[in-house]
Design a protein around this ligand. Structure first.
Ligand SMILES: [Zn+2]
Ligand SMILES: [Zn+2]
Length: 373
């Protein structure tokens, strides 16, 4: 090969010269699994402060282990000996169960955490939901949506950084395998990139309101429950289908700007609450989702919420006594829904939120309030 060829941009699109990238890659040493694992866990423990006013001296020296589900108010109220169940996301666990997804116990100090805020900005920003009862002020609705949005962005950035690993994983493989690996990586990156763009756009809108302390753009539906729910969760989601099976937005279309809704299950002074909160710019998708929920009879709404959360929310935690008290059939049903949001086969039919007649919780609705304009 001529010098000129060696100095051409590599075919994989990395932007590097061929000699610095894929030249003789089939002869290179295959990366060890443990190296990959070390890098992955480094990426997922990356410490940053995502607060809009974060910069050097303005931040505390320490990055907090920020809980997205409130530790004292929510996790503690369902914990047994300081532990709750979470969906087992670890491939090893899934394998052990013959591909069946299961749950695993996690200590509440580690449940739902991420390293996305310095300790100063974490405690100052989220005090209105950490230290006061959820009556749902505009500010509380904002914070319930903002925190999982930041966590989602944090996780997506880590995912993008981990793509470098996948691109390196073709060392010592044949040229055909190298091409397949790089094509696969490009596809993955396009999806992550589109997701990042979307999340950054949403976060920028939230950030400017946080800085201005202006939460008037928040919309929400608060479903008050008569008891502490057996499931606690915090997430931002892109509504895909309504509870009646209508398409809300095509989440597979990378060119579409997707709208978001946050979903929270939490404890309150009088029992519990399910909160759907969003900014006005996500009104179309969020309204279509919650309106289809509110057309369901009050007695059945808790079960619909459970269907939605099990099928969509990874960041969910279960009361151990509740999970263990389910019948085998009920547990299989719940596991099948949990698998929809972490398994490799993550396609759901348009009717996945429709009533499937399974009832695994015993929550009654104590009232519903809205703020829609
Ligand atoms: Zn290359
Ligand atoms: Zn900070």
């Amino acid at each position: 090969m001529s010098d000129r060829d060696r100095n051409k941009p590599c075919w994989c699109g990395s932007g590097l010269k061929l000699k610095k990238c894929h030249l003789d890659r089939e002869l290179q040493k295959r990366p060890a699994i443990w190296e990959a694992q070390r890098l992955l866990s480094k990426n997922s423990e990356r410490r940053v402060c995502l607060h809009p006013s974060a910069h050097g001296s303005n931040c505390a020296d320490t990055i907090a282990k920020a809980h997205t589900v409130r530790r004292a108010a929510d996790l503690k109220s369902i914990a047994r000996d300081g532990h709750v169940y979470q969906t087992a996301l670890d491939i090893g666990t899934i394998d052990k169960n013959n591909g069946d997804l299961s749950v695993e116990l996690i200590g509440i100090n580690n449940a739902s955490t991420f390293r996305g805020f310095c300790s100063k900005h974490d405690s100052a920003t989220f005090a209105p939901i950490e230290t006061a009862d959820l009556v749902l002020t505009d500010e509380q609705a904002f914070l319930l949506a903002y925190r999982p949005l930041c966590k989602e962005l944090y996780a997506k950035e880590a995912q993008m950084e981990s793509m470098a690993l996948i691109r390196q994983s073709d060392k010592g493989r044949s040229t055909i395998e190298q091409v397949a690996t790089q094509q696969f990586a490009s596809l993955m990156e396009a999806g992550i990139e589109a997701g990042l763009k979307d999340l950054r756009r949403h976060k920028a809108a939230f950030d400017s309101e946080l800085v201005a302390s202006d939460f008037a753009q928040m919309r929400f539906v608060l479903v008050r429950l008569d008891c502490v729910p057996d499931i606690m969760c915090s997430a931002v989601l892109q509504p895909d289908y309504s509870f009646e099976g209508e398409v809300i937005q095509d989440i597979g279309d990378l060119s579409v700007e997707l709208q978001l809704v946050s979903v929270t299950l939490a404890a309150t002074a009088t029992g519990g609450a399910a909160v759907f909160a969003w900014r006005a710019d996500s009104d179309a998708a969020a309204s279509q989702l919650v309106d289809s929920l509110l057309r369901i009879s009050h007695e059945q709404i808790p079960h619909a919420i459970v269907r939605y959360i099990l099928s969509n929310v990874e960041n969910a935690f279960f009361r151990p006594q509740w999970w263990e008290g389910l019948s085998t059939e009920q547990r299989e049903y719940a596991s099948a829904r949990l698998k929809q949001n972490v398994g490799p086969d993550d396609t759901v039919g348009s009717r996945y939120l429709e009533d499937d007649s399974l009832r695994i919780v015993n929550w009654q609705i104590a009232g519903i309030s809205h703020k829609r304009t």
